[in-house]
Write a protein that binds this ligand. Structure first.
Ligand code: NAD
Length: 394
């Protein structure tokens, strides 16, 4: 058995993990760092996989840069056991690592259909991107399952690359869990105009292969044939190690404002971490890039001795054909919604309110206003459609 000691052990190799390394190195230039990453690739930016790489941005641009930071990268290895008392972690190759501070940046695993796994790409990693890219070089017909972030972005990406796309999802429209109903209706017709077939309020009943084709049968009995099937059904936070180590787990790994888990030498950050956010006054788990970056960096700095409370309200963004937006806070169409369009569905700001207070802001084709939107949420004042009209614009 090989024992390796590192002052800092990073479990995971995504954006939060990489940001933590940069955070540590801002404070501690010498302490030994090891990163254990199940994927065989060093850290990369995930957002381009469903956006920029389909619009001509070069593949090489996704890689993040730990060069010169003196990190021992252990790729293709998975930590399978964590002993918080002994401060040891073991990987699936039999290596045992000891640590002073450990970060759980294990992210999430794509939800799958348990009954039929076959040819579906559950889209999350750079390998998934490469698989889909290869299929798209030969095939013309694609099925996209799910109408959330992955589904809406990948369907647009494939259509922009002249593929025929059919979408299948249980909601009545694209992004229905995020956008208010009129915008969802607009998106449905926009996607249809772009040639995408929508199977709304449906799921997948079965799949089978016929030669190189995959045939999907929907819950309404429709049969669709494709050269590739890609799905975004949401993710489940990867809390297995934390639970096994006896850490507090509740919709993710529970952390305090310094991003410590229930063990003070183990931190968590990114998609897996459940934190209290004072601006929206509740515990939350955020599955977006900005949260991974800022939370990861904060965790790294704290692991190296600082005490920075994580008070950041993360923003996120999306690209759907030539439509795009930035957004911050809670985007739940079940809240009271105030729409302030400059040009209907093309440019405007949508406010989401609870008890009259702004909890989320969707900046539809409205740029450079994330700070103003965050400030508005922080003010916590009571608003109406009258007081919000024209409040934010670019
Ligand atoms: P999501 O939560 O956005 O969407 C999940 C979707 O799964 C649902 O909207 C639904 O349409 C679909 N679904 C659920 N059960 C289904 C079923 N039985 N049949 C068919 N469809 C079903 O999750 P995602 O799109 O998979 O994205 C994964 C993660 O990546 C999320 O955490 C997301 O926030 C993140 N992501 C973010 C961005 C961004 O910020 N722009 C982009 C891509 C991915």
């Amino acid at each position: 058995m090989i024992m390796k000691h590192h002052k800092y052990l990073i479990v995971g190799g995504g954006m939060a993990a990489d940001s933590a390394i940069h955070g540590i190195r801002q404070i501690d230039q010498d302490g030994a760092i090891a990163m254990i990453c199940e994927e065989r690739h060093p850290p990369y930016d995930r957002p381009p996989l469903s956006k920029a790489l389909w619009k001509g941005t070069p593949y090489e641009s996704i890689w993040r840069n730990e060069h010169g930071l003196n990190v021992a990268l252990h790729l293709g290895k998975k930590i399978v056991a964590l002993d918080a008392k002994k401060k040891t972690a073991s990987d699936d190759a039999g290596n045992v690592y000891t640590y002073e501070k450990l970060l759980l940046a294990t992210g999430g695993r794509p939800r799958r259909f348990p009954e039929f796994d076959g040819n579906i790409i559950y889209y999350r990693t750079v390998d998934d991107y490469r698989k889909l890219r290869e299929l798209s070089e030969h095939g013309q017909d694609f099925i996209v399952i799910g109408g959330g972030f992955i589904g809406s972005e990948i369907a647009a990406a494939l259509a922009m690359n002249n593929k025929r796309v059919a979408m299948v999802f249980p909601e009545n429209g694209i992004g229905a869990r995020v956008y208010p109903a009129p915008l969802v209706e607009f998106l449905n017709s926009y996607y249809r105009e772009k040639g995408i077939t929508l199977h709304t309020s449906e799921t997948v009943a079965s799949t089978r292969t016929e030669g190189a084709k995959t045939i999907v049968t929907t819950s309404n009995g429709a049969e669709i044939s494709a050269d590739g099937v890609v799905a975004g059904l949401g993710i489940q936070p990867d809390t297995e190690l934390a639970a096994q180590a006896g850490l507090s787990v509740d919709n993710g790994v529970v952390v305090d404002e310094l991003l410590r888990t229930s063990d003070p030498d183990i931190y968590a950050a990114g998609d897996v971490a459940n934190f209290y956010n004072s601006l929206v006054d509740k515990r939350t788990r955020v599955e977006h890039e900005d949260n991974a970056n800022v939370m990861g960096e904060t965790a790294g700095r704290n692991m190296a001795g600082e005490s920075n409370a994580y008070l950041h309200l993360p923003f996120f963004y999306s690209d759907l054909f030539d439509l795009g937006y930035e957004a911050v806070g809670e985007l739940d169409p079940r809240l009271e919604v105030v729409e302030d369009w400059q040009e209907p569905f093309r440019k405007g700001v949508i406010y989401y309110l609870r008890d009259g207070r702004v909890r989320g802001v969707l900046l539809w084709n409205t740029w450079g206003q994330v700070a103003a939107a965050t400030e508005l949420i922080g003010e916590n004042a009571v608003h109406t459609s009258e007081t919000l009209a024209g409040r934010i614009s670019d």
